[in-house]
Design a protein around this ligand. Sequence first.
Ligand SMILES: *[C@@H]1O[C@H](CO)[C@@H](O)[C@H](O)[C@H]1NC(C)=O
Length: 537
Amino acid sequence: MKPSFDVLGKEERRPHPAARRRRLFPRIRVVVVLLAVVYALYCYLFSKPLLAHPLPRHTGPYAVGAIDIEAPVSPPRTIHQARFKGTNEKAFELQTVLFTLYYPATYAAATSSRTKRHTWVPEPLSLRARGYARAAHISNWFTDRLFTIAINALVGGITIPAAVSVPLSSHATPTSQDKNAGEGKEHVLTSEDGPSGGYPVIIFSHGTVSARTDYSHYAGELAARGHIVVMLEHRDGSSPGTIIRQHGQPNRTRLLFDVSEVETPDQSLSLTVEEFHQAQLNFRQAEIEEAVRVIKLINTGYGALVFSENPHNEGPDLANWANRLNTHAMVVAGHSYGATGALQALRGGPTPERPFRGAIVLDPGKQSGPLNADVRVPLLVVHSNSWSSHSSVLYDGRAHFDTVKDIVVKNNERGNPSWFMTSIGTSHPSVTDAPLLEPFLLSFTTGATIDVYQGLRQYVHVAEDFLAFLAGGEVRGLMAEKAEFPQYDEGTVLGMGKPGQGGKGVVEDLKQGEWADWRRYWQIHVSPAGNAEKRES
Ligand SMILES: *[C@@H]1O[C@H](CO)[C@@H](O)[C@H](O)[C@H]1NC(C)=O
């Protein structure tokens, strides 16, 4: 079988990237313009809105709060020695960590809040636009401005429906971790790990060409269900455009960059693609560890310090967050490149720097280097439909699907309950906000067939069930189901999402309310409940 993605290592035999790009540029430019015209025409003919839809409100028992936090790292450090060609500036120097906290808030505080909401594209818009233009390899004076105008027109007015800087809801039980070790009863994530009440914390790592606002709905939905989500913005060259801010220092901008733009400092050698990816993943891991450190600071009563150092001036209430978070047993999650990063963060763990007792791995990377198999905690791996259906060969010559499945199977064998499943009808960006904002454009370009709200809801439900399992050991909903599809099943409808997979007798089988028709949405490949006889379809 011919690999459909770049196999790492073959990179050198290809034509020089610059030459390749020169050939590709005009063509891509024409394609982009054509697509835009076709899309505008389509919207006009079918009376679809050209501009983005507003983001939907969150559902769930809690209102959702949001705080942007940027904290100086301790100590600032260079993760990899690579420098930018030309400027000689270090490419992988970690100075601050940036994330949005999405958290449960009380309704009264959230509805009466007058603080300005976060915009979906943070200011300045032109920075994000330049990043997208770079990602499309068409960045120049003209296209940067064109992209800025387009982004402003499409999503410039979109805000995230979370109340900024409102107090944390007081409904979760305070932790008793230091005082009464051994007595805590509530919110225990793993039994052998002692008491740890308080809100569970999820650290989330985004995919490539993404930023901290791209998953706002998914994060907000988990917050509305009683979780604290730390949505990172990585400064490893994978965000379109991000500003590094620190009190008393000038702003520094970091645009998307790739391997061709950096070199080693000593002999001015280029990095290999593998080295570049490893540098990025190590950078991400350092950012994850720094986020853990900041969350622990807040939980040990240093919320006022974190607020005072925060150049975004958000979170005066952090001073009241002491002992209200479960920092003993966090969860790490990620999408795409971020999922590869989340797996890496489990290596050798759990450790005090990476106290992760479980991981949610969404569409783990196909081109982001080896997937870490040294996992010692429960895993939930979810593939979008397109991720499972496009077979691709990994660095080790194996099919991506098989490598992922192997990690989950072996982890179960080691006694860590783990799941691997495909979400039917979805495509790679289904868990992001993109389909909510532009449902037609996204279905049109990625082939997702599921209703966008339903797609995200399914992702939220399965995460919720997995988090409930981590918190209390309860095996419910999809977690209790057996694996019916050891391999992904294309189905019969032209390889598209096939509703009603498994078909018969579904409702009688399950007395599970919202999960009654789960087979419309899922194929389970690995489950601790074991394998089922394959159903007739
Ligand atoms: C840094 O950038 C932010 C966001 O654009 C801006 O609000 C702030 O004033 C800038 N700070 C400095 C010191 O330039």
